[in-house]
Ligand binder design. Structure first.
Ligand SMILES: NC(=O)c1ccc[n+]([C@@H]2O[C@H](COP(=O)([O-])OP(=O)(O)OC[C@H]3O[C@@H](n4cnc5c(N)ncnc54)[C@H](OP(=O)(O)O)[C@@H]3O)[C@@H](O)[C@H]2O)c1
Length: 403
């Protein structure tokens, strides 16, 4: 029987999730798109209807910070699943609404409090008992990274290794949008993420670094070498917990010189601040004001060229012998734009969110409680990646180029 989903958030990622769900109306029979600004939902619903016809996507205005509003919306539409692709700040209030209404929940980014840039699962893992008791499922972090990178790791551990020892997640955006400075997803969340200290897992503990202190030129398939910086990324926390054989786990992301120079200036002049500043009698958060003047990620698509390349490079043991494994996807910004009207970073997040939703609705991923993506069977998800626009490649026993 076709299911009903409520998508919350009508930004770049919400747009892709809505498009991809609308491509599978046999699974996603009814789609409701709700967000803070209703006209963004209406514009997406209209574009999808023009592209695919079929049953219209319903839209609604929602402030998901207010639990009672989300409860009322869920009660009026009765969705089987809520796909949260608003901002990480909304994770807990939306989980609360799911608990009140007994509705399955999923998201693509872990909760962050507005007043501290802090990435950790503790707040959401604390819902474990309540979700279990209510008999519902929460799937955390089902975008690309976290999300596909977690599935890639689970797939490698299941099929290629007896034990995985070293994991390097390598994330390159080798695209060009033609702007002097722009972020590929929500600027506020993005800048909070990349300006924090670096951190990686080694021999049972976290090692902290200054922001961008450790870097390396990593060779990406079909792209070539790109300077990549060790940063902390949220999936490391759940992956080292769920794969305790990992002795080292790191995350690398490419940034251009120009991006980093802009970022330094933004920080030096205080525009990355998250403390309110009083200006002409009004409290303004500098980073939120900066978001208002930067290009919106969803506007970057039309001139975006090049590829993203994200994958996992893993070392470990199979049948008593050392083994290496690399699994990755390259995604074209232009192809993503042609299909969904937005660029590759939103696309690589929205497609896995739709696939995760599909896994839950088809009962391929099931359970009661709060789960990270790597806790489920990776195989049906890997199959869908190939079918739904994010085909992957793999190489075994090669030089990974990571020391
Ligand atoms: N795992 C991954 O690989 C990955 C990668 C990229 C992004 N992400 C995550 O994906 C999510 C969406 O990113 P994005 O780039 O699409 O961001 P975005 O373009 O800024 O969109 C966020 C949307 O959420 C809406 N929103 C914000 N606060 C809300 C509230 N209180 N109630 C209802 N709606 C609200 C916004 O409304 P307005 O339109 O009114 O502002 C906007 O439509 C973020 O959580 C981000 O961290 C994950």
């Amino acid at each position: 029987m076709p299911n009903k989903v409520l998508i919350i958030g009508a930004g770049g990622v919400g747009r892709v999730v809505a498009y991809k769900c609308a491509q599978h109306r046999d699974i996603f029979g009814e789609i409701i798109l709700a967000s803070r600004t209703r006209k963004k939902c209406d514009a997406i619903a209209k574009a999808i209807h023009e592209a695919y016809g079929g049953k219209k996507i319903k839209t609604a205005k929602l402030d998901a910070d207010v639990v009672s509003q989300t409860v009322a919306l869920i009660q009026s539409y009765r969705p089987d699943l809520v796909i949260n692709v608003a901002l990480p700040y909304q994770d807990l209030p939306i989980m609360d609404a799911c608990l009140v209404t007994g509705t399955h929940y999923m998201d693509t980014a872990n909760y962050e409090p507005k007043d501290v840039a802090k990435f950790e699962y503790s707040w959401q893992w604390a819902y474990q008992d309540r979700f279990k008791k209510k008999g519902i499922l929460a799937l955390l972090g089902c975008g690309f990274d976290p999300g596909v990178t977690s599935v890639f790791t689970a797939y490698a551990a299941k099929h290629y290794f007896d034990e995985i020892h070293e994991l390097d997640i390598v994330d390159a955006n080798a695209g060009s949008h033609g702007k002097a400075f722009a972020t590929n997803f929500n600027p506020e969340i993005n800048i909070r993420e990349v300006t924090q200290k670096g951190k990686y897992w080694q021999n049972g503990k976290w090692v902290e670094t200054e922001p961008h202190e450790i870097w390396k030129d990593i060779d990406y398939p079909e792209i070539g070498p790109k300077r990549s910086y060790l940063i902390y990324h949220e999936e490391l926390e759940s992956l080292v917990k769920n794969f305790p054989s990992l002795k080292r786990a790191r995350f690398w992301m490419t940034f251009s010189e120009e991006y980093l120079t802009h970022l330094r200036v933004i920080q030096n002049i205080g525009m990355a601040g998250i403390e309110p500043v009083r200006y002409k009698g009004v409290d303004i958060v500098p980073l939120q004001f900066l978001k208002a003047v930067l290009p919106a990620p969803e506007e970057l698509g039309s001139n975006y060229t090049g590829f993203t390349s994200i994958g996992c490079r893993i070392k470990g043991i199979k049948d008593g012998k050392k083994r290496t494994y690399y699994v990755w996807n390259n995604c074209s910004h232009q192809a993503a734009y042609q299909e969904t009207g937005t660029q590759g970073v939103s696309y690589t997040t929205g497609v896995p969110a739709m696939i995760g939703a599909r896994m839950i609705l088809e009962g391929k991923w099931s359970g009661k409680g709060v789960f990270n993506v790597e806790e489920f069977n990776p195989d049906p998800f890997m199959e869908r990646l190939n079918a739904d626009g994010l085909p992957w490649n793999e190489k075994v026993d090669i030089d990974l180029g990571m020391d």
